[in-house]
Design a protein around this ligand. Structure first.
Ligand SMILES: *[C@@H]1O[C@H](CO)[C@@H](O)[C@H](O)[C@H]1NC(C)=O
Ligand SMILES: *[C@@H]1O[C@H](CO)[C@@H](O)[C@H](O)[C@H]1NC(C)=O
Ligand SMILES: *[C@@H]1O[C@H](CO)[C@@H](O)[C@H](O)[C@H]1NC(C)=O
Ligand SMILES: *[C@@H]1O[C@H](CO)[C@@H](O)[C@H](O)[C@H]1NC(C)=O
Ligand SMILES: *[C@@H]1O[C@H](CO)[C@@H](O)[C@H](O)[C@H]1NC(C)=O
Ligand SMILES: *[C@@H]1O[C@H](CO)[C@@H](O)[C@H](O)[C@H]1NC(C)=O
Length: 930
């Protein structure tokens, strides 16, 4: 159950800033390909000194004094191109007098959108860097500010630490030199990254006064970051760092309702977790301060700001970007790739690689708010079964709970929930229900153990004066567990264990965990303080940080909610994952709405309360692709849409696209027309059945992709630019995507369409449906796309392991496998299969799995199995289809014996072999003689 407060979003104008003061450079890497010229100290001019003075003539509350000397901001300082202006009035709007009082340039332009009117001159004071001294793996220096900035509570002395984490990863932190400030500690810690002895991919250079740094790609000298373009600001509640970008092809900075490429036309993106139905210009459920830039020549790099405070990112066409955070420290990781795959691997080496999902969780899930009884819930599953529609997991929303209180179930409407769940299990199905974090606080003592025990064990978030903070969610007044407290994690596990003893759920769906509250801050409001009303509030839905959530002054074990807000979902996911693991001793399944870097280690994510309309269908593709970049491969949007009534055509198209979301759940809101596949007409049902069967047939392949994500940080649903980095056409594509490197999915995303223009990168692509080849020079092709078809193409040179579908994965996992072999022009192909029991813990880590490589070439396919645990025993290869066989084979041999069930189609050049029974755990060979 979800609430989407669709309040109007304040559209504040997005401005940025620019200044340059070329003074004293320190070259960092003696061997860097491009060295920066030193010592332009002489240029410290009269202009510059005056600017310093003007900026200094202000008081600490931030109000500047109008200078008498505005004439000094002469041509040289203020004439930068409009797109290169960095906003000097980001924290508040300024009059001309106020702007010049800050020592900034004022130059109005026509129109209100676009470049800022008040911007930093080329000369603007900031921090001064002392000498760089070497450390074990980098350098350190102190930074001091001679004059106060225009912000309240400057941190006047900073420590810069630069660490060469690995050859591809540079780590740069700026903290208060004098006292400890809040820093993010990712749960479970940041995995150790190892120093290695390869030569590093980056070169750094520093400007000492005012401080700035430059990071280059060493191989070609390209500037990855240049922070000298605007001053560094570091005050207690306002940290700002600007940089140029190496190109305009920027992705990431989620969670937002955007294309795969971000709009750099003076836009801003706020990272502040919020219960908000996806729409443009809104901060949504998750925060991912990480971006990837495609450079011009196929290289890519990424930047991660490890900071959990409210962050606003300004994008401008220079191209350039400004980070503003309301707290913490500046903790930057820069990943040099050099390709996009390596960037994601390097990023995930810091935040953690994704968990291995249980096999069944890749099947089809069905959910709605409004399955009001266990009878209804069972009937839904039965109707799916009767209509021959695959369904692995049946879900319930909060309907199941007694008075909407989690860890209870309604004794009348869901009195037989335990038996219902047993019944699902007997049919090889799984069951999941919703679990909200809010714990009802109004029951009489002794009536609701989760609250009573929680009080006793002191697990709840406190308000500013130390009482339990009470908000309002579905059950009414609620307290909120503080998952940064180890005791809370233990209490949460105890609650889950007690509930599981009655209702043996297979996974948990953690919703409302931004955390969402229906009152602002708490039922008693929030105190008036700098945390509730910071000097600068980023553009957030509701206008205030505590809108739709808890008070910022609320106290958690690790820090204030002001600092920890964006981590709430992550810490809950971590606690829930650990609890399920402890209680079930099997691979946990958790689905979370709110997210933060690292959540992929514990949970999948869905994209929240999407509307049942075509635009939301379309933008679900970039949403899913972005979560892949964020290390959350198990992701999907609510199939057929959550809010509003769907239509038959939309739902068919959404089931087709959803069959290629890594996580596929049809999910509906309470007031809407039903959208279970069986409610539609026979033709629509048939199309949905085809899509589901296609997904189920591909699950061995999908599972293998998840194995590579878990062990090697590969992506599962993959944007084309990652696979074809030097093809300029692929830079922007987000209406099509890949599974791994070998399946190209081209969904219909518009109403009424029966064909679509799909881009096929250069090479041969085979239709997965009939093996028809398309020889592309890297071009758009018009493909037929009738309502019963989703276009899927196999890339030449790949082998896709598949299995006959069934109504559950429990059944399909026993079916015969078959291979789709897509030969390259030279007649080669390769693929692999990871296989285990689908639910035991750490099967890869404990060598409790099988792994098979398939190699095709010289008119044969050979398997190379590594059998470590017998998981493939009893499973057979039932057949294969080979795409791109130029002429009919004279005969086909399987393990040396002639096979009779062979067909060859000359028009499509497809060879099909059926009725095999070759043991998968042993080496097999299938040859065709031409
Ligand atoms: C700073 O300026 C504000 C606003 O003009 C004023 O209220 C305050 O008294 C000034 N403080 C100092 C220390 O001058
Ligand atoms: C780098 O490390 C590897 C393994 O530790 C070692 O074999 C190799 O000699 C080292 N190379 C250099 C240049 O130090
Ligand atoms: C960094 O930016 C400044 C200001 O735009 C510019 O003058 C300088 O040349 C840039 N440095 C590099 C290495 O690109
Ligand atoms: C940028 O936005 C402005 C105002 O919204 C618009 O007039 C302009 O055409 C946009 N520029 C580009 C390149 O899209
Ligand atoms: C569920 O079905 C059973 C058997 O048909 C019936 O006795 C029971 O009253 C139903 N319960 C609800 C809450 O509808
Ligand atoms: C804190 O909570 C207590 C008990 O719930 C309440 O009495 C008190 O007013 C609250 N304080 C604030 C600042 O909200």
């Amino acid at each position: 159950m979800s609430s989407g407060s669709t309040g109007a979003v304040l559209l504040l104008l997005a401005f940025s800033l620019l200044a340059c003061l070329c003074l004293h450079y320190v070259s960092r890497l003696e061997s860097g390909p491009v060295r920066w010229v030193h010592d332009e100290q002489r240029e410290l001019s009269a202009h510059q000194r005056l600017v310093y003075e003007a900026a200094g003539r202000q008081n600490t509350s931030g109000r500047a004094v109008h200078p008498q000397t505005s004439g000094v901001y002469g041509d040289r300082e203020c004439t930068m191109a409009p797109e290169a202006r960095f906003d000097c009035g980001r924290d508040r709007s300024l009059t001309r007098g106020e702007c010049e009082g800050r020592g900034c340039c004022y130059a109005p332009l026509a129109g209100s959108a676009g470049p800022p009117w008040c911007f930093y001159p080329r000369l603007y004071p900031g921090y001064t860097m002392g000498p760089l001294t070497p450390t074990a793996r980098g350098q350190t220096a102190s930074l001091t500010r001679r004059q106060p900035s225009y912000l309240p509570r400057d941190v006047s002395s900073l420590r810069l630490e630069v660490t060469e984490e690995t050859a591809g990863c540079l780590h740069l932190t700026l903290k208060d030199a004098a006292s400890q400030r809040y820093e993010v500690h990712l749960p479970g810690g940041i995995p150790e990254s190892r120093a290695d002895n390869q030569s590093v991919l980056y070169a750094t250079e520093y400007r000492s006064d005012p401080f700035g740094f430059i990071v280059r790609r060493r191989s070609n000298g390209r500037v990855i970051m240049n922070t000298t373009v605007a001053p560094l600001l570091f005050a207690d509640q306002y940290l700002q760092l600007s940089t140029t970008l190496a190109s305009s092809l920027v992705s990431g900075l989620g969670e937002h309702y955007t294309s795969i490429l971000l709009d750099l036309n003076w836009t801003s993106l706020t990272l502040w977790n919020r219960d908000m139905a996806p729409h443009a210009d809104a901060n949504l459920y998750g925060s991912h301060p990480f971006y990837v830039v495609q450079e011009d020549d196929g290289f890519a790099h990424g930047v991660f700001l490890l900071n959990s405070n409210a962050i606003e990112v300004m994008l401008q066409p220079a191209p350039a970007l400004t980070w503003v955070s309301t707290g913490g420290i500046l903790d930057l990781y820069i990943f040099l790739g050099p390709d996009a795959h390596s960037v994601i691997r390097q990023y995930l080496s810091i935040i953690g690689r994704p968990m291995m999902p249980p096999y069944w969780s890749l099947g089809f899930h069905l959910c709605r708010w409004g399955y009001t009884t266990s009878n209804t819930t069972r009937r839904v599953a039965q109707r799916m079964h009767d209509a021959n529609l695959p369904l692995d997991v049946q879900w319930n929303d909060l309907d199941y709970a007694n008075k909407r209180r989690v860890f209870t179930f309604d004794p009348w409407r869901f009195g037989d929930l335990p038996e219902t769940v047993d019944g699902f299990h007997q049919r090889g199905m799984k069951y999941i229900l919703i679990l909200d974090p809010g714990i009802s606080s109004t029951g009489a003592p002794g009536t609701y153990p989760p609250f009573d025990d929680g009080l006793k064990r002191d697990v709840f978030i406190k308000n500013a004066t130390g009482g339990i903070l009470i908000g309002k969610v579905w059950p009414g007044p609620t307290a909120f567990p503080d998952f940064t407290n180890p005791e809370t994690r233990q209490w949460w596990e105890d609650c889950i264990r007690a509930f599981y003893a009655k209702v043996p759920v297979d996974g948990l769906w953690i919703d409302m965990n931004e955390p969402a509250s229906f009152v602002q801050g708490s039922v008693e409001g929030c105190p008036d303080s700098d945390l509730e009303n910071p000097p600068y509030t980023p553009k957030v839905v509701g206008g205030r940080l505590n809108s739709g959530t808890l008070c910022m002054s609320a106290q958690q074990k690790a820090s204030s909610h002001y600092n920890l807000h964006n981590l709430y979902g992550l810490t809950e996911a971590h606690a829930t994952h650990s609890a399920l693991l402890a209680v079930r001793r099997k691979r946990p399944f958790v689905l979370s709405r709110s997210s933060y870097p690292g959540i992929g280690r514990f949970s999948g994510v869905w994209t929240g309360d999407v509307r049942s309309d075509w635009e939301q269908l379309r933008l679900s593709v970039p949403a899913v692709l972005q979560f892949g970049l964020f290390g959350v491969p198990l992701v999907g949007a609510d199939v057929c849409g959550f809010e509003g009534d769907t239509t038959e055509e939309l739902c068919v198209r959404w089931m087709q696209l959803g069959a290629f979301y890594p996580f596929m759940r049809n999910h509906n809101d309470k007031p809407n027309a039903p959208q279970e596949p069986y409610v539609f007409g026979q033709k629509a049902q048939a199309a949905m059945r085809t899509a589901l069967n296609l997904r189920y047939s591909l699950l061995p392949f999908l599972y293998t992709l998840f194995h590579h994500a878990h062990t090697s940080a590969d992506t599962v649903a993959r944007p084309l630019f990652m696979e074809f980095p030097t093809d300029p056409n692929c830079q922007t594509i987000d209406r099509q995507f890949l599974w791994g490197s070998s399946l190209l999915i081209s969904p219909v995303l518009e109403p009424g369409a029966v064909e679509l223009a799909a881009y096929l990168p250069a090479g041969t692509w085979y239709s997965l449906h009939d093996g028809r080849p398309f020889y592309s020079g890297g071009q758009y092709l018009l493909l037929e796309a009738p309502l019963d078809t989703i276009n899927v193409h196999v890339r030449e040179g790949h082998v896709i392991p598949q299995q006959e579908p069934a109504l559950t994965t429990t059944a399909s996992r026993g079916n015969p496998f078959f291979l789709t072999v897509a030969l390259s022009a030279g007649g080669w192909a390769r693929g692999d299969l990871f296989w285990d029991d689908g639910e035991s813990l750490d099967t890869f880590e404990t060598q409790n799995y099988c792994y098979v490589v398939f190699i095709a070439g010289q008119s044969q396919v050979v398997s190379e199995p590594v059998d470590l645990n017998g998981a493939l025993d009893g499973l057979v290869l039932g057949g294969l289809q080979v795409f791109g066989v130029p002429s009919p084979p004279r005969f086909v041999l399987a393990n040396g014996e002639e096979v009779r069930d062979v067909t060859y189609r000359a028009d499509t050049e497809v060879l099909t072999v059926t009725n095999l029974a070759l043991p998968m755990s042993e080496v097999f060979t299938v040859q065709w003689a031409l």
